[in-house]
Write a protein that binds this ligand. Structure first.
Ligand SMILES: Nc1ncnc2c1ncn2[C@@H]1O[C@H](COP(=O)(O)OP(=O)(O)OP(=O)(O)O)[C@@H](O)[C@H]1O
Ligand SMILES: [Mg+2]
Length: 368
């Protein structure tokens, strides 16, 4: 019988598909559920059997506070002194502080009660690296001493993904347009934009149209720079793809957003469709239309991966128990009788919303 030997091209494709995907959650507008979505999506992906590393790149360290049993305002010092290498700043220090060692994987936090979900904690002083990275990125390697900086983060992501056998690396980002975010975003495989339905979010997406084009142009040039190519951490060729938006925290009535919220949701969707997506497509940052259509998204259907209502009272239990709303147990919900029943009904809706979000992310990210 003839032996089936895979052709080299299919072998290559398999290898590419098996590599982890890095997904950035980015919006320079603050308080739009970037951190909450990182945690909830990460948990759901892990619940579905994937291995997920979340990286807290925001000096506010909210994701770290959400995961660790510490009060960020008081106790982070204790965590840092007990685990000096377990944070993003320590991970990048070999490059940024010219230490005589290579960037490597660091100790991760295993998220309690969720196998397969890990966190690289944030650091309140990560912003110390912002200025030097900014200069390094402006000069694209023309200063010898700075040429190792732009490729350090993506190199670390590869190492940590390898160490944890990760399928997904989720990057929770700060609400800023600084050099760190430019670097984290452009070196990711794909990104989603968490938004909230209001005027300021429409404005924020409008401004991203210009910013993202500038950033990707920079990324392409940086990847071609001989100095950055020959660095200890070569700057990778950008391959960034837009997954879609997540519109969060509207108040529903009878299951749908009220008219006030719906107006802003429509405006966000229109801005994404008419301004953002054409600009991203021009720069190769979108999938072909049929890829989005496979998951019922795209031009006629919108680029919204998920619209998520306000968690209302369940947010408190979620924060107290460091568990997403859809994974809270009856005991954690803390109610009985009719109130518990109502909670469980709502919870089932949130579960299905986050399952659908994770399924769409999985389906799209495999093409990135
Ligand atoms: N669906 C939701 N329902 C209720 N509260 C929510 C929801 N999503 C997020 N929140 C709350 O809104 C606040 C802001 O959310 P979050 O911290 O995730 O936003 P962010 O975009 O990460 O903010 P920042 O820009 O400061 O990093 C938090 O207190 C969070 O608990
Ligand atoms: Mg945040």
């Amino acid at each position: 019988m003839k032996k089936l030997i895979p052709k080299p091209s299919s072998l290559k494709r398999k290898k590419i598909n098996q590599r982890h995907k890095t997904i950035a959650l980015f919006n320079h507008k603050g308080g739009v559920s970037k951190t909450t979505t990182t945690f909830n999506l990460g948990w759901m992906l892990a619940e579905k059997g994937h291995r997920v590393v979340m990286i807290d790149t925001d000096p506010q360290c909210n994701l770290t506070g959400l995961v660790l049993d510490y009060d960020p305002s008081k106790d982070f010092d204790e965590f840092y002194s007990q685990h000096p290498n377990a944070n993003i700043k320590a991970a990048l220090a070999p490059a940024f502080e010219s230490q005589p060692k290579m960037v490597q994987a660091v100790e991760c936090v295993e998220v309690a009660h969720r196998d397969g979900l890990f966190l690289v904690p944030g650091h309140v002083n990560l912003s110390e690296y912002e200025v030097t990275l900014g200069i390094a990125q402006e000069l694209s390697g023309s200063i010898q001493a700075l040429k190792n900086l732009p490729g350090a983060f993506p190199y670390f992501v590869e190492k940590i993904a390898e160490a944890k056998s990760a399928d997904y690396v989720l990057i929770d980002m700060s609400p800023s347009l600084g050099a760190l975010n430019q670097n984290f975003l452009i070196t990711s495989d794909c990104f989603l934009i968490p938004t909230a339905p209001d005027y300021f979010n429409v404005m924020a997406i409008n401004s991203l149209v210009t910013i993202l084009q500038k950033w990707i142009e920079w990324g392409k040039k940086a990847a071609e720079s001989e100095a950055l190519k020959s660095a200890s951490y070569p700057f990778p060729k950008p391959n960034l793809k837009f997954l879609g938006t997540v519109i969060q925290r509207y108040r529903p009535r009878n299951g749908n957003p009220t008219i006030g919220f719906q107006t802003w949701i429509d405006q966000i969707n229109e801005t994404v469709l008419n301004q953002l997506v054409p600009a991203l497509t021009k720069h190769g940052m979108t999938f072909p239309p049929e890829t989005y259509e496979q998951v019922d998204m795209g031009n006629d259907l919108g680029y919204c991966l998920s619209s998520i209502p306000d968690f209302n009272t369940m947010i408190t239990a979620s924060q107290t128990h460091k568990t997403p709303v859809f994974a809270l147990t009856k005991e954690m919900l803390g109610h009985v009788g009719a109130v518990l029943e109502k909670d469980m009904e709502k919870q089932a809706e949130f579960r299905s919303t986050f399952e659908n979000l994770a399924d769409r992310v999985i389906a799209l990210a495999k093409y990135a």
